[in-house]
Structures are given as C-alpha cells and as structure tokens.
Design a protein around this ligand. Structure first.
Ligand SMILES: C[S@@+](CC[C@H](N)C(=O)[O-])C[C@H]1O[C@@H](n2cnc3c(N)ncnc32)[C@H](O)[C@@H]1O
Length: 258
C-alpha cells in the first residue's frame, strides 16, 4: 500500500510532495522539511486536512495533492507542457467525459494526458502517442505517481504506423509538425466530435486551418487563454506584478458527416 501526499507549510505556503510506503517508513522514519523533521508514520496515518508538527514545532497540513498541484509542482518536465489554464479549457472544449476514448499526440511529459485521464475515468481510455522513448517513459512515471496510468495506453511512435480498429470521441494534437497527421486523425474521429490543436505560432494556426477547411469540419474556434493572478491581500487587492503573456494558440473544430 502506498500513499501520495502533499505537506503544506502554514508558515510560508511551501508544498512538499511525497510517496510513502510501509518500507519507506521502516527505512527512513522521518521526512525532513526546512523547519525540521516529521514522522513518516504520522504523515501516512494522518487524515486529509490534519495539522502535524515538526520536531521544532512548525505546523504542516497533510493534503492529498490535487491534479493541478501535481501538474504545477511535481510532474517531471522533460518537454514543454500544457498548463492547467490551457488544459482545463481544452478538456471542456473537446467535451471529454467519463467513459470517452481520447486520442492524443504527442504525449510529451504527460501533463495534458493526466487531465484527459482524469476526465475519462476508469471506464474510459486515453490512447497517447510519443515518438521519443525517454519522453514516453517519463510521462508514464508521472501518470503512475498521480495514479492515473491505468486508463492510459502509451504508444511509442506516430499514429501513421498504427492500425486502429476504433474511432475516438476526441482528438488532440500537440506536435511540432501536425500537417502530415491531419487526414488520418480526421478519419479516426467520430462524426459530431471535436479535434483540437496546440500551435506555437500564428503561421502554424493558418496552415492547420487551411488543411481543416478541406475536410468535413465546422464550428471553428481559435483562441489563447490569459490568466491573471491576484496578490492574496484583502486590504490591498491587486494583480500580481508579473504574468505570463503568452503560452500557445489553441485551435478547435467539430467534425460532421459528409
Ligand atoms: C510540446 S510536447 C507535448 C507536451 C504535452 N502536451 C504535455 O502537456 O506534456 C510535444 C511532444 O510531441 C512529440 N512528437 C513530435 N512529433 C511527434 C509525432 N509525429 N508523433 C508523436 N509524438 C511527436 C515530441 O517528442 C514531444 O515530446
């Protein structure tokens, strides 16, 4: 039995992530924070939301990591990833829900894969393709840590090399050059369902749009998502001074029956 937990410092809001097993408790006994040590057994046995103290009396809360916390703070990034501000919109826009079968490429570090896996649940499946072995292995490990790997099928290579026996409820493409894959991806998408792309440049958005317009797609949307966070001070409430100005362009379309 293993438990994945987040320790949250009440002093400075720092978050620590750890996977605890009975063997780890036996071997290491304590987890060391910058404020002193906490017994691994106490962390393991604590209920979610409980406060524990280090040997120096500093307070930490035990939480189950949320998927967003995991993606932002713990997921190992070997590639660019899609951040929750974009991936949450992508999942809703593609209308991904429990039991769906979703086709994704490339997997990258698995950040978007984890959102899709969370949406489809154990009754669904995410079929994801990655052409680099080291990225696929890393994504697999990331999904295992958060416990979402069972509903994901990891494939090494591109979709062109694989024969599929089924069609998908949604397709999302985040690869350097999506154009060679658009026709096959279209054939693999069920009528009435959505395809989505992440494009790093407006040039690529134009190319993909032109290609999609030759195919049975409608209900297009092109957007980018901006997120502005606020300082947590009720008496001087104002935005953070710095914000991320741009991450990516998103392009969506819906397939109809010709
Ligand atoms: C920007 S990353 C994807 C990040 C991912 N969406 C995430 O959130 O972690 C793009 C990935 O696509 C992979 N890739 C590029 N061309 C590909 C192809 N034709 N088929 C499968 N994977 C491909 C790259 O190796 C890279 O890992």
């Amino acid at each position: 039995m293993k438990k994945f937990v987040m320790l949250y410092s009440l002093d400075d809001h720092k978050k620590y992530f750890l996977t605890i097993t009975p063997e780890k408790i036996e071997k290491e006994k304590f987890f060391t924070t910058k404020d002193g040590k906490i017994s691994l057994k106490e962390i393991f046995e604590a209920k979610e939301g409980n406060i524990l103290k280090t040997h120096l009396g500093k307070k930490y809360i035990v939480f189950k990591p949320s998927l967003m916390d995991f993606i932002l703070h713990k997921l190992k990034r070997l590639t660019q990833i899609i951040y929750p501000k974009d991936s949450a919109y992508i999942a809703l826009k593609l209308d991904i829900k429990k039991g769906d079968k979703v086709l994704e490429f490339g997997t990258g570090s698995g950040a978007l894969t984890s959102i899709f896996a969370w949406c489809v649940g154990e009754e669904g499946k995410v079929i994801t393709f990655e052409k680099e072995k080291k990225f696929m292995e890393n994504a697999k490990k990331n999904l295992e840590i958060i416990g979402l790997d069972k509903q994901v099928e990891f494939n090494l290579g591109t979709i062109l090399e694989k024969d599929f026996s089924e069609k998908f409820d949604a397709v999302f493409i985040d690869v350097k050059d999506p154009l060679p894959y658009i026709k096959k991806a279209t054939n693999l998408l069920k009528e009435g369902k959505f395809i989505g792309f992440l494009c790093p440049t407006t040039n690529q958005v134009s190319e993909v749009l032109k290609a999609l317009k030759e195919l049975p797609f409608t209900d297009f949307e092109i957007c980018e998502i901006l997120l502005r966070r606020y300082k947590i001070n009720p008496d001087r409430l104002r935005p953070e001074d710095l914000m991320i100005g741009h991450t990516a362009y998103l392009l969506f379309a819906r397939k109809y029956k010709k």
